[in-house]
Design a protein around this ligand. Sequence first.
Ligand code: HEM
Length: 488
Amino acid sequence: MDFYIILMTVIGVLLLIKLISRERKKVPPNPPGIPLLGNINTLRPETMLSTMRKLHKQYGDLFSINIINQHLIFVGGYKTTYELLVKKADVLGDKPYFFTQELLRNAGVFSTSGPLWKEHRTFCLISLRSLGFGKRNIQTRIIEEIEYFLAEVENHHGDPFDIQDLVSKSIANVISALVFGKRFELSDPTSAEMCNILNAFFRSTIFHSPIYIFPFLKHLPGDLFGSKKLIQKFDRIFDIMCKILDEHRSTFDENNIRDFIDCYLKEQKKKNEAYKEHTFSDKQLISTLIEFFSAGLETTSTAIKWGILYLMHNQEIQKRMRKEIENTVVSGRLPTLEDKPKLPYCQAVCFEVLRLGNVTPTTAPHALKHDVTLNGFVIPKEATLFIDLDSINMDPEMFPDPFSFNPERFLSQDGKVTGTEKIGAFSMGRRVCMGESLAKMELFLFMTSLIQRFEIHNEAGKPLPSLEGTLGFTYTPQSLAASYKKIY
Ligand code: HEM
């Protein structure tokens, strides 16, 4: 009881400080809220997306949600976001407190900021590029994985099944190949365990949830927000990664760099020899590995799942893709990136999946280095900033009739792919997604290969699965039961 009295007193004092000392700045508008607690009622995962859409419609590209003494400011719309993230980029790059930092033990790239983030983001990009990330040779690994994936689909002999687990395991294997230098068998229990934990994590809550913003909530007795359970699950992922790292270290040869872990161990050795202190620690490596897995696995596999769902709903689009593939790719081999220029319609479908699939409706929270003025409003330094990527993807000025699945919006009159840079899926500016090129490659290769070999239909006699998704950190389809009829 005493605890709750103290808690309410702290909240009251914070509010008072806010009322007395806050400069009267013209901050982006917020909806009316509950005394003391503000707009806490808006932060329910089930309604968060519709709330954001409502507030964006009501207030425009900038609005806020106020909780206790904290401004959560949402910036959206293509032009306004570009103005902030690209033209005023100097003010960005930092992260405020958010609970993911604790899960990742304040290390890695995604949840860190300052010189540590800058040094490691640069290192990761250079290393991944040297391993073929964003280049053609990673394609060989993706296509190898697609062959296993298609064989598994074929094993169902056209009987309906939910493909979601299979997609997740296949995408996990692409990342594994890149960072660990090996793939897991699709039936491997360790891979299944990691996929399940990360899957549950991504679906468990939203970045705007109070537990992600207010550090003191994790000290509440019990586990109202599930934070203690989540920390335990992440401890398990750390254990798995530590084991993989130990195995790697025992076979490390700096003249034969096999994967990202080896790149890191080589850099660590170089730094150990040159400096007494540096940031290339094992902890930093393990957190980065977990980030690659979580950022790369759930997002890309969810995009592929949306792709399958939209094609199930749009048989004509499926047929047109297949015809384009048949006219371009010699039967018997899978589509490759070299075929891409001759498959503009298939490319347009993938871009439309990235836009309407809306896998990441907002970014994780960002912090500002100082106050910034945007569209006549002030975003105060202390605010927690989210980029409303949903409003970019659904911006009717950029994408007329935004809620319809229409790949042709990305084709010019002479059939060339156009206008794709306006999609918000990967954000923009300093914190733009590090895996964008890999994700686009995976989406293109998985979708075209699947459509080349199989017709996707919904379960006979059942209604089509819903196009409404569920919001966690990612926006995911609810169910994906379908049958896959082999073509040849
Ligand atoms: C369809 C697939 C993907 C989508 C929609 C996506 C989306 C995003 C978005 C919106 C951000 C910015 C988050 C922010 O501003 O807070 C981001 C960051 C990031 N993404 Fe992706 N992502 C995808 C795939 C990948 C892949 C395949 C990887 C790596 C293997 C990856 C690694 C990262 C990392 C490490 C960051 C943090 C960058 C930083 O903070 O500097 N992502 N992603």
